[in-house]
Design a binder for this molecule. Structure first.
Ligand code: OTU
Length: 606
């Protein structure tokens, strides 16, 4: 079977000179990923034509970016990388309003900006924009494509890369493909999964979990016009795409390339584990799903090599790691480090950092040339079941209750989210509220120390640390969400409008300091993983980041509400280390820790 590119390369604008080496390297990889799914066939020429057209349409400034990123492929691993995630309407009102707020990002040292979905959603409830009606249009309430391109180029001028969501598992029920399918077009019917009988639904359901068992029970929705039950893993208006159809792969690849050409530099692959369906399985993280992602990676490497992929797989670490691929079969550049995030919150509740150290040790299996997206909070719930196997289930249930405020003495002000019967409910709430900040309280000092501890550890891990909008001002829950239309989903508790009038306060200063200390610090390059160090006390987290050139940083996190002095000479040797955060000297045999203390230690004079 031929692995030659099926089309001649036109010579317009040096296209062939630019593309030939990339095609030689990545086209065979792309076929290698897709032929096991689709067999050899006419889809190959159709796909090649879309790749060429997108490469041809790539604006000159982005072509230049491609060249510079090919020369510096570690750009997303650099220590200066700092992320920021928000909803556009809640941050800047509109895309152009957001362009006026970029100083707020630069002041925090941000180099990566991830606005949550901003493409045209369905009308009414759209799951916060995760039900996309048109992948090539911006939500008209936020602006238009010109505004998006302008935002991308303003960001790039500041050294900030734009990350966009690719909601690749499903479309809105009002997307033109879904409308055509409903109107009876067999070509588009084949873009979705339609199951005819209730018995077939029951047989499939027997193996499937449920993501939203209360607000969206089951995985199928009966649609009369379709004469059957449409596969809808999430809300009934989110129709799962049928990746067994090569036309679906090609269309979604084209969406990636189109948005890359508008200026997106990273893509968050939403709900990545769910792409491929196979009767009799739980349809999560199937091998074919990885083939699809590997093929997207190869397509981008040909037509838009500046662009990086990030997997959104909020599952156990063993199921996240495959999304980072292998040296022969590269997949995503980045993946959410959700087990570290979840274990961090677990440590804050229990005072036991050992599960977190376990997660960090397991994460050492991450392949070279990739990085984690590290974070404290995001727009979703904290999913405790991702720690199954790390913390026994009764422990996870206790932690879930702790963050719902149901354990006597708990500092947390969060709420439980829906779970399947018998499963541990996940948790909602802004980071500040979960850490115990209460607006108007006489004393938020301990709560702020806890929030700072979480962010300080997250910024010391290997990868891009991402700030969730509002955390930099310790913004609390938006308890009024339920009164708003289409906000019956409990996750809106932690999706407030940015309170620009709120004082920046100590969290802003702390995050700004973490970001500036990261810059240029060789050991904090993502190629140097966080290695846990042994400690005598389960409440003490210690890990080191070390560079081959000798740069070394040890992060300490103390997960207790009392001050302590600890002896670290066993793992660090005798000597004096300096804390970059407060400038103090700390002899290794007597390191002083404040309640919920955090230290970034470097060897003195070394
Ligand atoms: C994602 O989350 C988004 O982040 C959510 O906001 C969306 O509602 C959802 O997809 C549908 O588009 O289950 O609780 O392993 O955990 O895809 C959040 C991945 C989710 C899933 C994740 C999903």
């Amino acid at each position: 079977m031929s692995v030659a590119f099926p089309l001649a390369l036109p010579d317009a604008g040096n296209l062939s000179r630019r593309l030939a080496p990339r095609i030689a390297q990545h086209w065979p990889r792309l076929l290698d990923a897709l032929r096991p799914l689709y067999g050899a066939g006419t889809w190959e020429a159709a796909l090649a034509a879309r790749l060429l057209a997108a490469a041809n349409a790539r604006p000159a400034d982005l072509q230049q970016l491609d060249v510079s990123r090919e020369a510096a492929p570690d750009w997303f691993q650099r220590p200066e990388m700092v992320g920021y995630c928000c909803y556009i309407d809640r941050f800047g009102g509109t895309l152009s309003g957001t362009r006026d707020r970029l100083d707020a990002l630069s002041r925090l040292g941000v180099t990566y900006f991830h606005p949550l979905p901003l493409l045209k959603p369905r009308e009414g409830n759209s799951d916060g924009g995760f039900a996309v009606a048109d992948f090539r249009q911006v939500d008209p309430r936020l602006g238009n494509l010109d505004d998006l391109r302008a935002l991308a180029s303003d960001l790039r001028a500041r050294g900030i890369s734009l990350c966009l969501d690719i909601v690749c598992n499903h479309t809105a029920d009002s997307h033109e493909w879904a409308l055509a399918a409903k109107a009876g077009d067999p070509v588009f019917r084949d873009f979705y999964h339609v199951v005819e009988s209730a018995d077939q639904v029951a047989a499939l359901e027997a193996h499937l979990g449920q993501v939203f068992p209360q607000t969206a029970p089951g995985n199928f929705t009966h649609v009369a016009e379709m004469g059957g039950h449409v596969w809808t893993t999430f809300y009934p208006f989110q129709w799962d795409l049928n990746y067994a159809n090569p036309a679906v792969f090609i269309e979604m690849m084209d969406v990636l390339l189109y948005l890359a050409n508008q200026g997106a530099e990273l893509f968050r692959l939403d709900s990545a584990p769910f792409l491929w369906k196979q009767a009799g399985s739980d349809c999560r993280g199937l091998p074919q799903t990885h083939h699809v992602v590997q093929a997207w990676r190869a397509a981008l490497a040909i037509a838009a090599p500046a662009v990086a992929l990030k997997a959104e797989a909020i599952v156990g670490l063993a199921d996240v790691l495959p999304f980072l691929g292998t040296p022969d079969r590269p997949e995503c550049h980045l993946a959410y480090h959700n087990t570290a995030m979840t274990a961090l919150w677990a440590a804050l509740a229990t005072g036991d950092t050992r599960p977190l150290a376990t997660c960090l040790t397991q994460a050492l299996a991450k392949p070279d040339g990739t990085a984690w997206l590290t974070y404290v909070r995001c727009h979703d719930d904290i999913i405790w079941t991702a720690l199954k196997g790390v913390i026994p289930e009764p422990g996870l249930a206790w932690i879930s209750d702790f963050y719902a405020g149901a354990i006597p003495g708990s500092f947390a002000d969060g709420r439980s989210f829906q779970a399947e019967p018998g499963a541990v409910p996940s948790s909602n709430g802004m980071a500040a509220s979960l850490a115990g900040v209460r607006d108007g309280a006489a004393d938020n000092q301990a709560a702020l120390a806890r929030l700072k501890l979480l962010y300080g550890v997250t910024f010391a891990l290997d990868g891009i640390p991402a700030i969730y909008m509002g955390d930099e001002r310790a913004q609390t829950n938006d308890a009024a969400f339920a009164a708003r239309p289409d906000q019956d989903d409990g996750r809106w508790l932690h999706r407030p409008y940015m309170d620009w009038a709120r004082p920046e306060g100590p969290m802003h200063a702390a995050i700004g300091q973490f970001a500036s200390l990261r810059r240029g610090r060789a050991c904090l390059h993502a190629s140097n993983p966080a290695r846990p160090l042994p400690t005598d006390d389960p409440a003490l987290l210690a890990f080191e980041r070390a560079d081959a050139g000798g740069d070394r940083l040890v992060c300490l996190g103390w997960f207790r509400d009392v001050a302590a002095t600890v002896d670290l000479s066993g793992s660090l040797g005798q000597g004096v280390w300096c804390d970059l955060l407060d400038g103090s000297d700390q002899p290794t045999q007597a390191v002083a820790l404040a309640p919920w203390g955090l230290r970034w230690l470097v060897r003195k004079n070394g």
